[in-house]
Design a protein around this ligand. Sequence first.
Ligand SMILES: Nc1ncnc2c1ncn2[C@@H]1O[C@H](COP(=O)(O)OP(=O)(O)O)[C@@H](O)[C@H]1O
Ligand SMILES: [Mg+2]
Length: 243
Amino acid sequence: MHIVAICSQKGGSGKTTLSGHLAVQAHRAGDGPVVLVDCDPQGSLAAWWNARELPGPDFARTTLGSLEEDIARLRDRAFRYLFVDTPPAASAAIARVMHFANLILVPTRPSPHDLRAVRATLDLAERAGKPLVFVVNGATARSRLTTDAAVALSQHGTVAPVLVSQKVIMASSMIDGRTVMETHPESPSAREIESLWDYVRERLARLANREAFLRRRPAATGFGRRQIEGEEAEAPAAVGELA
Ligand SMILES: Nc1ncnc2c1ncn2[C@@H]1O[C@H](COP(=O)(O)OP(=O)(O)O)[C@@H](O)[C@H]1O
Ligand SMILES: [Mg+2]
């Protein structure tokens, strides 16, 4: 099971919007089974899912406190992708979510406030040794602010090559439990989410391949450690850009 945590200290950056949209897109693309969890006590994602009448993705109830056991349970049920929506914080609780994640997505609006806030989330991800990708959300066409934001973020880490535009339909589509791919399937916003999921899926696959490679790699050839019979190589922490 690939676990994607959507984290950002900043409220309103698009965590819940992207969690719902990416999970639905993974389901629609036939990559499932997909499950969502909402770790934000505000429960916006849970409320969206409860309003949803269309089939998939699944939703599992959890809390930050029971996340570990709940993830184990979801692994047993053979879900392929788990998306974790989180509250706007850079706290020990968020660090715990990151600990379970294979990839952390950080939605960031192209505004000076959002850019200033990325440091705390980035520090947590680095400490957890987990790869992180920024997603510029709320982008406006031909805006200097958007280009500047992408450039500024690229100084800190990987930026998704797909920008998610600021569009009313992104917000309105979620009112009755749907997503923009379902309310406006021909829209550029739907194309953006499809491309973003293609990118995230590809990245997760590469990360999984790399982890499998490191697990297979004999200890003696790896990191200059003397091989002791039965001893396994320790994989280095997967920080930042991996491939
Ligand atoms: N790309 C977008 N275009 C238009 N509105 C957006 C977009 N992304 C998010 N929103 C809106 O912005 C607000 C905050 O988004 P939300 O996903 O709830 O952020 P967070 O979960 O990070 O607090 C919501 O009202 C949402 O509908
Ligand atoms: Mg939210």
